[in-house]
Design a protein around this ligand. Sequence first.
Ligand SMILES: Cc1cc2nc3c(=O)[nH]c(=O)nc-3n(C[C@H](O)[C@H](O)[C@H](O)COP(=O)(O)OP(=O)(O)OC[C@H]3O[C@@H](n4cnc5c(N)ncnc54)[C@H](O)[C@@H]3O)c2cc1C
Length: 461
Amino acid sequence: MHLVAIGGSDAGISAALRARELDPSVDATVVVADSYPNFSICGIPYYFSREVQPWQSLAHRTHADLEATGMNLRLNTLATGIDVDGRTLTVRDAAGTESTIAYDELMVGTGASPSTAGIAGLDRFGPDDGVHLLHSMGDTFALERYLDEHQPETAIIVGAGYVGLEMAEALTVRGLRVTQLQRGPEVLSTLDPELGSLVHDELTRHGVEVVTGTRIQSVTRDGGRLTVTGTRDAHAFSRSADLVLVVVGVRPNTSLLTAAGATTGAGGAVVVDEHMRTGLPNVWAAGDGVVTHHRLLGVTYLPLGTTAHKQGRVAGENAIGGNARFAGSLGTQVVKVFEVVAARTGLRDDEALAAGYSAQSHTAIADDHKRYYPGATPISIRITGDTRDGRLLGAQLVGTRGAEISKRVDTYATALHHGMTVGGMSDLDLSYTPPLGSPWDAVQVAAQAWEHEVRLVAAGV
Ligand SMILES: Cc1cc2nc3c(=O)[nH]c(=O)nc-3n(C[C@H](O)[C@H](O)[C@H](O)COP(=O)(O)OP(=O)(O)OC[C@H]3O[C@@H](n4cnc5c(N)ncnc54)[C@H](O)[C@@H]3O)c2cc1C
């Protein structure tokens, strides 16, 4: 059995590792376009903040670790075509030489590329022009080189999603004056604006200028000065800086699979079933290039590293004859912005209503631990539930870095995974000691506040 995985990031490596773990007799080859297999691109912002040095430490596993698992790595090798009937992959090496690799099973984990959100002219810029996207180690080296060689004093970050926010922190720590531009009404649009505003405040507190409601249409360069232009609240907007970083989401890399006959669906990603089958014989796919099965929404597109790892593992197991199933995402995510942490899982009000739930949301503020013990800090928790049956639909949390926001959102994620009601959260036997929590943990206080609010609304109070 020869399993070939395309892509050396979360999905491709997870598939090869799982296949080799379950059956060490499997011959596994991983074809990777660059020379950085199994790098944690999620850690890139911490390389820029210099908290993680050198860049080699970003590797989840070293080249030697990977080879020790028995997989065969073909680095600097671009997969260019799939012959489904002939079970052959065409590849091109760094010297431009084409060759073929025969496979029994193929797993495609080609991921995603940075989106440009329709901003004109970005492809005119070279690596020394100061206009950057950020997704790969190659992008990382290009930006680091620009920072070193040009010592920019000011930066514009287009986009205030989690990567944009992490980079706003990193560049501020590096001494740049950062302006963050966001299209929507508030930063971190994955949260409701009332919680996103807490993240906004933290950015401002650290000197980041945040400009919301801004749609950027083009970037131009005049001498060493870069200017972004667009509109803000229907008026012309422009701003100049020494560096422009565009981080406005990703688009799935689908061309290999669609050329081979696969279909695309949500978000333009390749359609797979919960077993990671593409519909093409002996061809599996996983990660940011494919649709996401969501436990509350059905099929959507929600690219995350956590999901890519799980889908890749499922694909690797099934490619060698297993029957694993991706249990579905809840879109659980968390981001640290300076000293604040923001997290969410499941659905917000508007998403839940659009999906046909009878949603109601309520925000409560609860201390992370007993107030009499030093250092207690408030956590804002917004719960969304279904008023028909009390089912928990989602939770958003914002609090300080020490307030265990990520593990608290995971409590909600676990409850959501098991279809619990908001009221059922109060029955959970959660841990307590005064320096770390309360007899009713903050997640339960917020759940009880949601129930109370629902009763008041139902009573017309
Ligand atoms: C800065 C940053 C921070 C992030 N932080 C988080 C986080 O905190 N939490 C989280 O859950 N997610 C995070 N993500 C998202 C996460 O990194 C991605 O969801 C994840 O990497 C997707 O993995 P993937 O294997 O599907 O694809 P990708 O990581 O996109 O990798 C695709 C792989 O395929 C290779 N490839 C592509 N085309 C070809 C080809 N034709 N031939 C050969 N090889 C090819 C590429 O070289 C690469 O190795 C972050 C992303 C970025 C950019």
